[in-house]
Design a protein around this ligand. Structure first.
Ligand SMILES: [Zn+2]
Length: 573
C-alpha cells in the first residue's frame, strides 16, 4: 500500500494523476462505473508493499479481482452477485472517503473558495465585474489599432508574435493604457510588450511563487508580499485552483502582478526565499478553549488538553513568470472546414457568455469588427476575447475559475529573468495538468473535446440565471443562519445587571448602559471569539455544495489489485 502523497512528489510520471491514463483507471473502467464523480484511481501496493499507510483512514480500494480474493464465502456466488456486492463495497468506500476528505479539508481556504456559500456568490459577482472592465479595455484596444490588435491575437505562430507593429498601424501604437486596475476588474497596465491574447500583466510584469501550501491563506500571502515589497505596491495577487494539485497536497501557485517590469524584477529578487509563518489567532484559540470549558472544567485545563500546534512556515520560491508556448494542436484542427466551424462556435460561445454576464454594446463592438475580418482572424479574436473577458480557454476546452486558474492553465513559472536558480520546468502540478489536458486532447480527438466543452459551457450559460439566483438564495440562507447563531452567542455573553448590562467574556466583564452596547462591544472587541462562535454554521452548507459537485477534487485513490494480479504473492500462499 503505498502512500499517494509521497508518490506524487516523485519525478517519474504519476500513474494516477499524470498524463497517460492510469492502469488502474482502465481496470476500473472494465470493472464498471466508479460510482462517484471526480474519482481517479491508480494501482497501489506494488512499490511499497508491506507499508501500512492508510488513505483517509482506509486501505486502498480493492479492484473487483482483489475483492473477490478477499471473500471467503462457503458458497460460490455468481458473477452478477459478486458485481452487486462489489458495487456496494465501492459505494461505501467512496462515501467514507468523501466524508473523511470533507473533514480534512473543510476548513481550508481553497475549499471554502470552492464551496462556501458567500464565496461562490462573490466569485460570480467578481467574474462579472472583471468581464465588464476587460471587455471595455479590449474593445478600446481594438478600436484604436484594429490591424495591430488582430495581428497580436493571431494564434498561428508566424503572425503577430515578432513585434511587426510597423507593418500594421504604424501611426497608432497599441492602446495599452497605463491605468491602474480599478476595484471592479480589468487588467490595464503599462510597460509591457503588447499581446492582445493575454490579460495585461501576464507577461513581464508578473512573478510566480510556486507551491504555496494549502494552509497559507491569500491574506497571509498578501501581507507577507506587501511587507517585503515596502513602497512597491502589488497590483493583483492570483492563486491557482488547488483542485489542480489534488495529488500534491492542494498546494497552489501564486502570481503577483506589478505595475511595471522593473518592479516585477525587484519583486522576484526580494521575494525569493522570503519566509512566512502560519498565523494563529491567540484570542480566537483562547476563546474557543473558554467556550469548551464553559460546560464544565476551566479554561486552563481545556487549553492544556489541546495545545495549539506550532505555527507552520513556508519559504517563498519566487521567479519571473514566463508563460509557456502555445499548445500543440492536432493537425486536423487547421483544416479550413474545422477553422470555420471553430470560428462560428467560438463566437456563439462568446455571445452566450456575454449574455450570462450582462455584457451589452461595448462587447459587441469588438465582435462586429471581427465579423468583417477573415475567418481565421474572427476565430483568433473570439479566442482572445473568451480568454481575457470570460477566462475561458477555447482550445484548452475549459472554463477557468479565475485569473489564477487561467495562469495555471497556461503553465507555471518557467525559469528566467533575474532569479537565481530558477526552476527549469513548470510547477509540477501545472505541468501534470497540462500533460493530462494535451494527452486528452490528442487521444480523444481534439475537436470532439473542444466541441463538448463549448457546448456544455453554453448550456451552463443558458441556465446561469437560475444558478445565480440559487447561489444568492443559498448565501442569504447562510447569512441568516449565521446571524441567528451570532444572536445566541451575544445573548449568552450579555449579563444583565440591575438596569445595566455587563460583558460576559472571562477576564473582561466591562459594564455598559444596556444590552445593545454590550452586543456592539462584543462584536468589536471580541471579534475573533464571535467569529469562532459562528464558524460551524458554514459546515452543512459546505457539505451540501461538496456533495453536489460532480467533479469533486478528490485525490487519486490507491488501488489494491490483489495478490494474484500482483504476482509473487502466490509463492507465499
Ligand atoms: Zn468584553
Amino acid at each position: 500500500m503505498y502512500n499517494n502523497r509521497r508518490r506524487s512528489r516523485s519525478r517519474s510520471p504519476a500513474r494516477g494523476g499524470g498524463g497517460a491514463p492510469a492502469r488502474g483507471d482502465s481496470r476500473e473502467r472494465r470493472n464498471g462505473r466508479v460510482g462517484t464523480g471526480g474519482g481517479r484511481f491508480a494501482e497501489g501496493g506494488r512499490s511499497r508493499r508491506g507499508s501500512t499507510s492508510r488513505f483517509y483512514g482506509q486501505d486502498p480500494l480493492k479492484t473487483l479481482e482483489a475483492w473477490k480474493e478477499a471473500q471467503h464465502d462457503e458458497v460460490e456466488l455468481s458473477e452478477d452477485q459478486y458485481r452487486e456486492q462489489y458495487d456496494a463495497y465501492k459505494r461505501d468506500y467512496m462515501a467514507k472517503l468523501e466524508a473523511a476528505f470533507f473533514g480534512a479539508h473543510a476548513a481550508a481556504e481553497w475549499f471554502r473558495e470552492r464551496y462556501g456559500p458567500r464565496e461562490v456568490a462573490e466569485r460570480r459577482a467578481d467574474l462579472r465585474a472583471w468581464a465588464h472592465a476587460e471587455a471595455a479595455l479590449l474593445a478600446e484596444q481594438l478600436r484604436r489599432a484594429p490591424a495591430n490588435f488582430l495581428a497580436s491575437v493571431a494564434l498561428s505562430p508566424q503572425a503577430g508574435s515578432d513585434g511587426k507593429w510597423a507593418e500594421h498601424d504604424a501611426a497608432a501604437p497599441p492602446a495599452v493604457v497605463g491605468r491602474k486596475r480599478s476595484a471592479g476588474g480589468g487588467s490595464g497596465g503599462a510597460e509591457e510588450a503588447f499581446d492582445g491574447k493575454a490579460i495585461a500583466g501576464h507577461g513581464s510584469r508578473c512573478i510566480f511563487i510556486r507551491r504555496v501550501p494549502a494552509w497559507c491563506t491569500r491574506a497571509l500571502l498578501q501581507a507577507t508580499i506587501e511587507s517585503e515589497m515596502g513602497e512597491i505596491g502589488l497590483q493583483r495577487l492570483a492563486l491557482s485552483d488547488a483542485a489542480r494539485s489534488r495529488d500534491n497536497e492542494y498546494t497552489r501557485s501564486a502570481w503577483c502582478v506589478f505595475a511595471t517590469e522593473e518592479e516585477a524584477r525587484t519583486a522576484a529578487r526580494r521575494l525569493h526565499k522570503a519566509l512566512t509563518y502560519e498565523q494563529v489567532a491567540p484570542e480566537a484559540a483562547a476563546a474557543a478553549a473558554a467556550e469548551a470549558a464553559a460546560g464544565g472544567g476551566d479554561a486552563a485545563s481545556a487549553a492544556a488538553a489541546a495545545p495549539p500546534p506550532a505555527p507552520r512556515q513556508f519559504t517563498f520560491q519566487a521567479f519571473a513568470h514566463r508563460a509557456r508556448g502555445s499548445m500543440q494542436l492536432d493537425k486536423s484542427m487547421s483544416y479550413a472546414s474545422r477553422v470555420a466551424h471553430d470560428a462560428e462556435q467560438a463566437v456563439a460561445l462568446a455571445l452566450e457568455l456575454d449574455e450570462e454576464k450582462g455584457l451589452g454594446r461595448a462587447a459587441r463592438d469588438g465582435e462586429e469588427r471581427g465579423a468583417h475580418a477573415a475567418t481565421c482572424a474572427r476565430l483568433d479574436l473570439a479566442c482572445a476575447y473568451l480568454r481575457r473577458v470570460h477566462m475561458y480557454s477555447y482550445y484548452g476546452a475549459q472554463q477557468c475559475m479565475g485569473e489564477g486558474d487561467l495562469l495555471g492553465e497556461n503553465g507555471g513559472g518557467a525559469g528566467g529573468g533575474d532569479s537565481a536558480k530558477a526552476p527549469q520546468e513548470e510547477d509540477e502540478s501545472a505541468k501534470r495538468a497540462r500533460e493530462e489536458q494535451e494527452a486528452a486532447l490528442r487521444g480523444d480527438g481534439t475537436g470532439e473535446r473542444v466541441d463538448a466543452a463549448a457546448g456544455a459551457r453554453m448550456e451552463e450559460a443558458r441556465g446561469s440565471v437560475a444558478a445565480a439566483a440559487a447561489e444568492l438564495a443559498t448565501a442569504a440562507a447562510f447569512e441568516a443562519a449565521e446571524a441567528a447563531q451570532l444572536d445566541v452567542w451575544l445573548a449568552a455573553h450579555t449579563l444583565p445587571e440591575e438596569a445595566h448590562a455587563r460583558c460576559g467574556i472571562k477576564d473582561c466583564g466591562k459594564l455598559f448602559k444596556d444590552a445593545t452596547f454590550v452586543h456592539k462591544h462584543l462584536k468589536n472587541k471580541h471579534a475573533a471569539a464571535a467569529e469562532a462562535a459562528v464558524a460551524d454554521v458554514a459546515v452543512p452548507f459546505l457539505r451540501a455544495a461538496f456533495d453536489a459537485d460532480p467533479r469533486k477534487p478528490l485525490p487519486t485513490v490507491p488501488l489494491d489489485i490483489g495478490e494474484s494480479a500482483r504476482g509473487g504473492g502466490r509463492d507465499r500462499d
